[in-house]
Design a protein around this ligand. Structure first.
Ligand code: CA
Ligand code: ZN
Length: 301
């Protein structure tokens, strides 16, 4: 059975008290229909920023209660097909992103999606890299705005959270309460201007509960790479956390001592920026999967 959630079933914060809109058995397939991060309020470049309802930002569709998910488990979200609307939107302006100190005015750019490209200007089409900006479970005890990333996931804006990848999120509350939204048709690492090509769409995912693994999360696994993702007040702290999470994984799953893990990470892993523009910043540590598999790392659902 395939489940589906409409884009009118949204939350603006991830929270243990959110009422689930759907309950699904372990291993279910769920289609999430999503608004863009402005809740589809911007349909033309002529709209006045002041007219926007800023309370309706970063909606996430859900949450979904996954049966069998208990605190201490990991929720594996296998990301399948992503469909995008025919037009995305980008915004820039004072106090937004890396150029917030230089820009004098807000500006909106509508970005048509055509021929598998996002048209940043009439004559400049860039390749699509569809990805999920906001995806997370309910955090423990607190409510966290969908605009903020953390150990529960949230607004990580990681360009590898896309079709084919497995995202492992912590389960803090029974049912996990998974929600997602904020799709991007394209986004560069950093998301420096404050937005990607923000777009409505839909995502099909399969959810699996993983028991008995104390792996650091969020953890992202695709065919080639294993990535630890971490968010913190600044990029230094986020980077350090992401790196140390990878060491913890190597110690647990690859029978490595801490010094061995440090040698390996320094020689073979790549530290990247996910985003530098959200209330917390996000970094990821990437290690080729085949290297970990040589030392016994095994992942399957
Ligand atoms: Ca985002
Ligand atoms: Zn976004």
């Amino acid at each position: 059975m395939k489940y589906e959630i409409s884009k009118s079933d949204i939350v603006y914060a991830l929270c243990s008290e959110n009422e689930p809109v759907l309950r699904v058995p372990d291993h279910s397939t769920v289609v999430f229909h999503t608004c863009d991060c402005f809740e589809d309020q911007i349909q033309s470049e002529n709209i006045d920023f002041g007219e926007l309802d800023w309370e309706r930002i970063n909606p996430a569709t859900g949450p979904v209660y996954v049966e069998n998910a208990e605190p201490g488990d990991l929720l594996v979200v296998h990301i399948g097909k992503m469909e995008l609307a025919s037009q995305g939107v980008m915004t820039i302006g004072p106090n937004l992103g890396v150029f917030g100190d230089e820009l004098k005015e807000n500006a909106i750019r509508m970005v048509p999606i055509r021929d598998d490209k996002a048209w940043i200007t009439n004559d400049l089409g860039i390749p699509l890299n569809p990805m999920i900006g906001v995806i997370g479970t309910a955090p423990q005890g607190v409510s966290i705005s969908c605009g903020t990333p953390g150990s529960h996931g949230g607004n990580m804006d990681c360009q590898h959270i896309t079709t084919g990848a497995y995202l492992l999120l912590p389960v803090y509350v029974p049912g996990a309460l998974l929600a997602l939204g904020d799709l991007h048709a394209a986004m560069g690492d950093g998301e420096v201007g404050v937005s990607g090509v923000e777009i409505a769409g839909s995502v099909t995912v399969q959810v699996h509960v993983l028991k008995g693994k104390a792996w650091p999360a969020p953890l992202l696994i695709n065919d080639k790479t294993v990535m630890t993702i971490a968010s913190a007040e600044d990029l230094d702290e986020a980077s350090e956390l992401a790196v140390k999470h990878m060491a913890r994984l190597l110690e647990q799953e690859c029978q490595m001592t801490t010094p061995e893990a440090v040698f390996l990470l320094s020689a073979a892993a790549n530290l990247h920026v996910c985003q530098v523009v959200d209330p917390k910043k996000t970094a990821r540590m990437e290690l080729p999967r085949f290297i970990m598999e040589q030392r016994g790392f095994a992942f399957k659902v």
